[in-house]
Design a binder for this molecule. Structure first.
Ligand SMILES: Nc1ncnc2c1ncn2[C@@H]1O[C@H](COP(=O)(O)OP(=O)(O)OP(=O)(O)O)[C@@H](O)[C@H]1O
Length: 308
């Protein structure tokens, strides 16, 4: 049995069209399946939890939507039984699909899932935050604090988002909001603590992004060396006294090139604690975790079996 969790609203409604095409193929191939269509944020998380709690024998769960939908599914999974995950991208950013080099054609993706040749045991990350009660949120692709998260927050609440997505220029949305946030961005003093031992201080941190996969924000390759099978987080810190110097850094990341600017530093670790002197926006896979001063992130190695 295949369980599909579909966000019909991803990419301004493209998810619904993609799902209609997939359903035709599924019906024609007489595959046994059940579909769960989300109606609001949080539904994908709930469906994933309900499908996997109670240690069922084995389930194949397939997400149809964007990175936000994948994030919700991952966050809802109960890893007690045998779970196999498949993904059919239908979002705006599609950073997971970009990293896994999944076919752009959803029907080809579906056929790969129905006749799987390769599985990968993938890492995922967990972000923890909060003062009293600590909240934990899993992430598949990346998490971050600062300007990159402010862009995600702004996109989530942007009025023009739907229009841009309908026009299939989701990447342009990220770029335009990115430019706005770059103008507004203020750096913070702060520090990171790698694996509980190595402390590194920063005077002008604009953002810190922590990756399982190399891309975020619809194609910015902030962590070119990220490897989703190595049990490690790849960290990119943007720290510069001169905001203008960030522009070539962002352009290079968008072109898929590693930044050579000395304000950009890269680290690898299993866990990281981040402290910022002032509260900054936080995201996981583009979903908001509000504003925080302190967050902790760790990598859970080779945990999610995925058809690729
Ligand atoms: N039926 C729905 N209506 C409105 N929002 C939804 C619905 N289902 C899920 N959501 C929310 O939509 C948001 C974005 O979804 P998703 O990531 O699938 O698409 P996207 O934003 O177009 O793609 P990407 O994240 O790759 O840019 C998520 O925050 C999710 O919680």
């Amino acid at each position: 049995m295949y369980y599909f969790i579909v966000n019909p609203n991803s990419r301004g409604g493209r998810g619904r069209n993609v799902w209609k095409r997939l359903e035709q193929v599924l019906k024609a191939s007489h595959v046994e399946y059940q579909a769960f269509l989300t109606e609001k944020p949080g539904d994908a998380n709930r469906f994933a939890r309900e499908l996997t709690e109670g240690c069922r024998e084995s389930s194949v769960i397939i997400g149809v939507g964007g990175d936000g939908t994948v994030n919700e599914i991952l966050d809802g999974l109960c890893f007690c039984g045998s779970i196999t995950f498949g993904y059919i991208p239908a979002g705006s950013g599609n950073d997971l699909a970009r990293s896994l080099k999944l076919p752009k054609n959803p029907v080809r993706c579906l056929k790969k899932i129905l006749q799987p040749k390769y599985y990968k045991l993938m890492d995922y990350g967990v972000l923890s935050y909060g003062d009293g009660e600590i909240a934990h949120r899993r992430f598949m692709v990346s998490a971050g604090i600062g300007m990159d998260a402010a862009v995600c927050h702004n996109i989530l609440y942007s009025k023009s988002k739907g229009l841009f997505r309908k026009l299939c220029i989701g990447k342009l949305t990220y770029l335009l909001i990115g430019i706005k946030q770059l103008i507004l961005a203020k750096p913070s003093k702060g520090y990171i603590l790698l694996n509980g031992v190595q402390k590194i201080e920063f005077g002008h941190a604009y953002f810190i992004s922590v990756h399982i996969h190399p891309y975020e924000g619809g194609g910015f390759k902030f962590a070119p060396e990220a490897n989703f099978e190595d049990g490690q987080l790849s960290v990119c810190v943007m720290n510069s006294g001169n905001k203008r110097k960030l522009i070539p850094v962002l352009i290079r990341a968008l072109m898929g090139r590693k930044s050579l600017h000395r304000g950009v530093r890269f680290y690898t670790c299993e866990e990281i604690m981040i402290h910022m002197d002032r509260p900054m926006a936080v995201h996981v896979d583009g979903e908001s975790c509000f504003c925080q001063n302190d967050v902790q992130l760790r990598c859970i190695g080779k945990k999610l079996r995925m058809i690729v």
